[in-house]
Write a protein that binds this ligand. Structure first.
Ligand code: GLU
Length: 482
């Protein structure tokens, strides 16, 4: 059997982390088995579906590296197929038109509530005569199409994550609506559960891998697969992603869509790695891996039943590991858009050698790509603000002389390497007869405007190549002499 799986997002919002994690598990399972991963856009909800959300979803999946082999297929373009299936069910007496008004249904629900019963349709229009149907039509009522659910049925499947599952037909809420807004000779808008089953059969899906919030749908859908004469696929219901207080992660928790994580400066590889760990663990306990490595090891035996807590610290740790191990050139390519976004002036092509030095300097301090904006700000400006600590140092005795000597030596020194910088420092230290510590502190205060920060000599080189060191030394000298 060739494995065929699908991710079936509804384009009613941006690509959500829960959907993306489900996509990861589908992708890993497909790749593990050399199978096919299909993208199906479930856009039958015409009021809430938007093309820009579809775009956000396809871009997000592509960015994460979750390439699909077939699709995207759009349910909105397949309505005829669903209507044909509904017609088959009607012809076989497995579905029927029901004419209840919303008031009647409401009244039925309140009565059930008053009697402490679970809300369900009481199947009252299951056996309408043609004449009764005609009368309802004459009253101007619209029909829905309902699929018959046998209350006496037991529905069972062995879930790849949750093991044996059993549902009673009587717990499914009565005969289910599979199409809205129909009449005696038309079939209106086909609904979600029906469309999913028709598509899964048509696309020969072998394994349905989706969030556990769909478990109740699964029982209903199994009845539909059977009624439509198809093979019921295997199911894997993946655990929900929970917030830190153990509730389902929702919009209220802030960032939930993949494009938000992207904007926050997580790399695709780090985010995909982290999402894989939301519910799965690798057999060797390794926490850093590529999707390809995870695919080689992936099985549902190692997917948890319990919800997966979203852990920002863990994501940040993974993110920093990726950034610290990224080759400088690749890191630079990812940093350039952040520096551009911050409005820093530079030429991405002409300044590339200089930008490479900067990426090398800030790289080891990054947790997220966006951290580079603050960490590099003062390399993009000619001047620097002097912190109190820097001013306090600059006004110490002897500092003005150190700065003057450095300024004098600067035009002669060809500062094109760390070696050249060291030579210059040693030269000034010797000529002035001062301690090296004083020299280094004075340089740091003068060039960086603070007593803490990144490596001094590397920073100096970067500032020098930008032509910013002389002006800063002069500004610092003015403070020292004030
Ligand atoms: N369209 C559904 C959703 O976005 C997925 C349905 C399925 O995977 O069967 O939650």
């Amino acid at each position: 059997m060739t494995v065929r799986v699908r991710i079936a997002p509804s384009p009613t919002g941006n690509l959500h982390i829960g959907t993306a994690r489900t996509a990861v598990f589908n992708w890993l399972f497909a790749r593990h088995h050399g199978g096919t991963f299909i993208l199906r856009v479930e856009d039958t909800d015409t009021e809430r579906s938007r093309p820009e959300f579809t775009q956000n979803i396809t871009e997000g999946l592509t960015w994460l590296g979750l390439t699909w082999d077939e699709g995207p297929f759009f349910q909105s373009q397949r309505l005829d197929l669903y209507r044909q299936a509904i017609q088959t069910l009607l012809d076989q007496g497995l579905a029927y038109r029901a004419y209840d008004t919303s008031e009647e249904l409401e009244e039925m629900r309140s009565r059930q509530k008053a009697q402490n019963q679970a809300p369900r349709y009481d199947n009252r229009h299951r056996n309408l005569t043609e004449e009764q149907q005609r009368d309802f039509e004459a009253e101007g009522r619209q029909a829905v199409i309902r699929f018959k659910i046998d209350d006496g049925r037991t529905i069972q499947w062995t879930d790849m994550v949750r093991g044996p599952m059993t549902w009673r037909g009587s717990d499914l809420g009565g005969d289910m609506v599979i199409a809205r807004a129909s009449s005696v000779d038309t079939i209106g808008q086909p609904l979600y559960n029906l469309a999913v089953v028709v598509d899964d059969l048509d696309m020969a899906i072998t394994h349905v891998i989706r969030g556990e919030d769909h478990i109740a749908n699964t029982a209903k859908q199994i009845l539909l697969y059977e009624a439509l004469g198809g093979t019921v696929p295997e199911f894997a219901h993946t655990p929900l992603i929970l917030n830190t207080s153990g509730q389902k992660l929702s919009k209220r928790d802030g960032v939930t869509s993949i494009s938000d994580f992207q904007k926050m400066g997580f790399t695709a590889a780090a985010l995909a790695n982290y999402m894989t760990l939301l519910g799965w663990s690798s057999p060797d306990g390794e926490e850093l891996f590529t999707l390809e490595t995870a695919a080689a090891q992936f099985s549902f035996d190692r997917v948890n039943k319990a919800g997966a807590k979203f852990d920002w610290d863990k994501l940040d740790w993974i993110s920093s590991q990726y950034l610290h191990h990224l080759p400088t050139e690749a890191l630079l390519d990812q940093l350039v858009p952040y520096w551009q976004g911050a409005g820093y002036g530079f030429d991405p092509v002409g300044d590339r050698p200089w930008l490479t030095l900067l990426a090398t300097l800030v790289g080891p301090s990054l947790t997220r790509l966006g951290d580079a904006v603050d960490l590099s700000r003062f390399f993009f400006t000619a001047t620097v603000d002097y912190a109190e600590a820097a001013k306090a140092h600059l006004t110490q005795p002897g500092v003005a002389e150190v700065l003057k000597a450095t300024l004098e030596a600067l035009p002669e020194a060809n500062l094109d390497s760390l070696e050249a910088g060291k030579t210059l420092v040693n030269q000034v230290v010797k000529a002035q007869g001062i301690k090296k510590g004083l020299m280094m502190k004075s340089l740091r205060a003068a060039l960086m405007g603070d007593m803490q920060g990144p490596d001094l000599m590397e920073s100096w080189l970067i500032l020098h190549q930008r032509g910013f060191d002389q002006g800063r030394l002069e500004a610092a000298l003015a403070i020292a002499q004030s």
